[in-house]
Design a protein around this ligand. Structure first.
Ligand code: 13P
Length: 274
């Protein structure tokens, strides 16, 4: 069975203190989340260290495995003179440093940074990240041992012109088709129509299912039966009131949540919508 995933993309929101409070509120309700659902919080870089420690400190083992930590970006280079960039290796090294914090037991290890979001339309649109750059980022992330949530999605003009399959198909083929099968097992795809992000407008369940099925069919062209095992998430104004109908679709395996992930109650309610 494919993994059910509800991932929060916090984007550039919350102070560190607010982020800590938010993750604590999520943890307080984590027992309500069905065991088969993987929750992920993808926080700003500045928040990863304290939140790694907090998630690492969750006592109940069943609850601990329900919540994973992720970043929202990584560099397309391994290391070196790239001012302002954060390497995938640095993200992976973070959890082991928790034991160096004053007051922590020397053997304390935080929750690993396990995931990274790459290909988000905000990165493509505002920061000029092309398919070629994203492929390099994905290679760095995978080489460091991270799993990748790879986002695809079309703009409103593309959908109106009926080009959405072409745009999404290209984002899949130019990037994911360059990976081998073992690497592909570490990829989760997120379909995020740009016109639905932060707009309150959501793709209908039929629109979303149609393109999720198309993504799976495209993946099958290259990866065969493995395509059936890849989780494909929907993102774009997903909220408690529409999550259940979206998640009931055969090719929708969960959500990548923006605004509603900033409220613990909404995030938890979405995760209970399967
Ligand atoms: P919203 O849920 O705020 O529309 O954002 C979706 C998104 O971009 C998640 O990555």
């Amino acid at each position: 069975m494919r993994k059910k995933i509800v991932a929060g993309n916090w984007k550039m929101n919350t102070t560190v203190a607010e982020g800590i409070e938010l993750v604590n509120q999520i943890i307080a309700k984590i027992e309500e989340i069905p065991q088969q659902v993987q929750l992920i919080v993808n926080t700003p870089f500045t928040h990863l260290f304290p939140i790694s420690k907090i998630i690492g400190d969750i006592k109940c083992p069943n609850c601990r495995s329900k919540l994973a930590l992720g970043a929202q970006n990584c560099a397309d280079k391994e290391k070196g003179a790239y001012t302002g960039e954060v390497a995938a290796q640095m993200l992976v090294s973070l959890s082991k440093a928790v034991g160096t914090v004053v007051g922590a037991p020397a053997d304390a290890v935080g929750a690993p940074v396990e995931y990274v979001i790459l290909g988000h339309s905000e990165r493509r649109g505002y920061y000029g990240e092309t398919n070629a750059i994203l492929l390099e980022k994905i290679k760095q992330a995978l080489a460091a041992g991270l799993k990748v949530i790879y986002c695809v999605g079309e703009a409103l003009e593309d959908r109106k012109a009926g080009r959405h399959f072409d745009v999404v198909g290209e984002e899949i083929k130019e990037v994911l088709f360059a990976l081998g099968e073992e690497d592909m097992k570490k990829i989760t795809v997120a379909y995020e129509p740009i016109w639905a992000i932060g707009t309150g407008e959501t793709a209908t369940k039929e629109q979303a299912q149609e393109i999720h099925a198309f993504i799976r069919k495209s993946l099958a062209e290259k990866f065969g039966a493995l395509a059936q095992q890849i989780s494909i998430l929907y993102g774009g104004s997903c909220k408690p009131s529409n999550a259940a109908e979206l998640f009931s679709q055969p090719d929708i395996d969960g959500g990548l949540i923006g605004g509603a992930a900033l409220k613990a109650d909404d995030f938890i309610a979405i995760a209970k919508s399967f």
